[in-house]
Design a protein around this ligand. Structure first.
Ligand code: FPP
Length: 254
């Protein structure tokens, strides 16, 4: 049953977009064709998030471990990133979307790095939706780079200092984390930030994940009671469970 603590729409939705390869294989197509279809699905998802008043969308587009895939698939994903930048950025810009790329850029080509910077700069004034694309990202990498930064600048490692040094420090933690494709795992995505995210696993392959599937995930989210370590009785006695959660309501410029 929905609790008094549920909110109409999650502020921040994060997605592991799994299933592109299977979508393509089922159609006797190369895996990269599934990733191309995945870009179209992502484009629709961004619009659906805007239409529903979601403020932050974070997606896992390429993991630190995806370098281990066949060379042609890795190069296909790199080309797709470059193609998506030129095709999608003007549309995102016009739609009020602010782009952030999250992950280790140093392993990407100079051209791709320049493209990411340009996309971020050209959408920097937008405010309708913050869209974080995690590319060459891993949750363990993120924790390690944050700790390394604190050590190298002589700062103490605390929950708060680490939190501020993480790659998603510009947004509150995700309220809802969706994984498509039927697998029931996090796969090194947002290990720190998903501590209190509600998890939703969809059997749909990512290219098939449509508005109705997003609405279903949101509907399930609304039935969840978010206790953040408290009891149900405590929540019933306070209207401000979200205010009580330092993590989801931390005042970040989202
Ligand atoms: C996982 O599906 C998906 C990926 C590794 C890539 C996700 C990328 C996109 C949706 C396109 C957006 C990308 C860019 C570059 C902007 P999988 O390949 O593991 O699928 P499978 O589990 O069916 O094999």
């Amino acid at each position: 049953m929905a609790s008094s603590s549920s909110i109409a729409v999650p502020h921040h939705v994060a997605i592991v977009m799994d299933g592109n390869g299977r979508w393509a294989t089922k159609r006797f197509l190369p895996r990269v064709a599934g990733h191309k279809q995945g870009v179209d699905s992502l484009s629709r998802c961004v619009q659906a998030c805007i239409d529903r008043g979601i403020q932050v969308l974070t997606v896992f587009a390429f993991s630190s471990e995806n370098w281990n895939r066949p060379v042609d698939e890795v190069s296909g994903l790199m080309e797709l990133l470059a193609m998506s930048l030129s095709r999608e950025v003007p549309r995102l810009k016009a739609n009020g979307v602010r782009l952030h790329f999250v992950g280790n850029r140093l392993q990407l080509s100079d051209k791709v790095q320049a493209g990411l910077r340009q996309a971020e700069l050209s959408t920097a004034d937008n405010q309708r939706l913050v869209f974080n694309v995690c590319f060459n990202y891993g949750g363990r990498w993120d924790i390690a780079q944050a700790a390394q930064m604190l050590v190298s600048t002589g700062q103490a490692i605390t929950e708060m200092s680490l939190d501020r040094a993480m790659a998603l420090a510009h947004v509150p933690d995700p309220d809802l984390l969706i994984r498509t494709g039927g697998e029931l795992r996090i796969s090194n995505f947002l290990l720190w930030q998903a501590a209190y995210s509600e998890l939703h696993f969809s059997d749909k392959l990512w290219p098939d994940f449509d508005e109705a599937a997003l609405d279903e995930a949101i509907a399930v989210f609304r039935t969840r009671e978010r206790r953040f370590g408290k009891t149900s009785a405590q929540l019933d006695g306070s209207k401000g469970v979200f205010a009580a959660s330092s993590k989801t309501q931390k005042t970040k410029a989202a």
